[in-house]
Design a protein around this ligand. Structure first.
Ligand code: MG
Length: 446
């Protein structure tokens, strides 16, 4: 579990890291954080400034609490426009020399106020707070996010015509894929699988599950690394929910398992498919809050071009063992430790700290209320009238989120309001766009 360290500890960490970074030929460190629109914003410092930056942070504009996908800004009652400053503080526990950006290292950042307290709008701190709440109940969570992306050529067209899951596609890009693999594993990431996905030009990588905050950090590092490797190969990358109109899109499925005292509660219990009662309540809590949670997990206007039936995107509010059309696909796994729940309805426009933190908060509420898990959906929900579709547009999702007392309480008023303002403003921004125009507008933003 990532902890917040004292200023003195951070300084000591920076000093200890410096010699190794120098030996590794690192000139500078880039600090990344993810805004409420799902975009990574950064600042960097030369190595000589790392110790100071680790202690005091570097300046960060508070207005990025309300930044949109097109780099415009909206407002909330607490936003300060051009005024004020925050401190971006790198978490050196996760300091990583970047394999595909020689000379640079990366660290995820927390945002603090100028007086050294966590900024109430800090998404990473939110994920950390909810993780601590999970741990206070004697539980732990292992999480991982699957990453799908489309590679395109310089003209912006899918860079392979090979079939979905096809060896042709793999052969065409085997040098590229080898470098993706080497860069990821060289950065200490535990890659599980890498394969051509179904949509034109699409690939997918999965990495091992870890703690919630670490998993969110990892998904950002993996995405940045893939992008950097791609650029070195003359390729462009898109994580946008839909790259080609009418086609299956890029998901960002969240896998999650709940543990108590080293035991996976998704396995060996008395419930359906071996679920332990706590896991049932937890997953029921997430299902109950799912329409509102989409504001954190499928947060862009374009998310709803992807979140439709028959695209394996999980557009229905239900669960089922190995059901790829259910929002919650239960996975038995080939060993007890592997059993997990896959939330398929999420995509890569999500801020992973918000998505994971929101799911944990909803799960805990389900656990506290002893919520029963509804009946399982054992076939394609599209064929069943009884199963509810998830919201079909961002405004609908924002309406559900606006009614969620649970998420308001979990996120805190300031972060909750900022997220809502961004969802409303992006809905407005693209209100008159055709699907094709929308895809065009955001294809290279994510
Ligand atoms: Mg996939």
């Amino acid at each position: 579990m990532t902890t917040t360290r004292s200023r003195a500890e951070r300084a000591a960490q920076a000093r200890a890291a410096e010699a190794q970074l120098t030996a590794d030929g690192i000139d500078g460190v880039v600090f990344g954080w993810v805004d409420n629109a799902g975009l990574t914003r950064v600042k960097s410092v030369p190595l000589a400034q790392l110790e100071h930056a680790a202690q005091y942070g570097v300046g960060a504009l508070p207005c990025f609490d309300v930044s949109l996908v097109d780099d415009s800004f909206t407002t909330t009652p607490s936003s300060t426009g051009p005024m004020g400053d925050l401190r971006l503080v790198p978490d050196l526990d996760r300091l990583t020399p970047l394999a595909a950006q020689p000379g640079w290292a990366w660290a995820p950042a927390d945002r603090y106020t100028q007086d050294g307290t966590p900024h109430p709008g800090c998404q990473r701190d939110f994920a950390r707070r909810v993780t601590e709440a999970v741990e206070r109940r004697g539980l732990s969570v292992r999480a991982g996010i699957e990453i799908e992306w489309v590679v395109a050529d310089a003209a912006g067209d899918p860079a392979t015509a090979g079939p979905g899951y096809g060896m042709t596609r793999f052969i065409e890009h085997s040098d590229y894929l080898r470098e993706v693999l080497r860069a990821l594993t060289g950065q200490g990431l535990d890659v599980l699988q890498l394969h051509p996905e179904y949509a034109a030009g699409q690939f997918e990588v999965s990495v091992a599950a870890e703690g919630p905050v670490e998993a969110a950090d990892t998904t950002m590092l993996v995405r940045h690394t893939i992008r950097a490797v791609s650029i070195r190969h003359g390729l462009r990358v898109s994580y946008a929910p839909v790259f080609t109109e009418g086609e299956i899109g890029n998901g960002g499925h969240l896998h999650l398992s709940l543990w108590r005292q080293g035991r996976n509660l998704g396995n060996g219990g008395p419930g359906r498919h071996g679920l332990h009662p706590d896991a049932e309540h937890f997953f029921a809590g997430v299902l109950a809050e799912l329409p509102a949670l989409l504001a954190l997990g499928a947060p862009s206007v374009a998310s709803y071009l992807r979140l439709v039936p028959s695209r394996f995107a999980g557009a229905y509010r239900c669960w089922g063992l190995e059901n790829r059309e259910a929002a919650l696909r239960l996975i038995a796994g080939s060993t007890a430790g592997q059993a997990n729940a896959e939330f398929k309805c999420f995509d890569a426009t999500a801020n992973p700290y918000l998505a994971i933190g929101g799911v944990l908060a909803a799960g805990l509420a389900g656990l506290d209320a002893g919520l029963p898990l509804p009946p399982e959906t054992r076939s394609d929900p599209a064929t069943l009238d009884s199963v509810e579709r998830l919201p079909a547009s961002l405004p609908e999702t924002a309406d559900a989120y606006e009614k969620s007392a649970l998420l308001r309480q979990a996120l805190g008023a300031e972060l909750y309001e900022a997220v809502l303002a961004v969802r409303r403003a992006e809905s407005e921004l693209f209100a008159t766009h055709t699907d094709a125009d929308l895809i065009e507008a955001v294809r290279w933003r994510y």
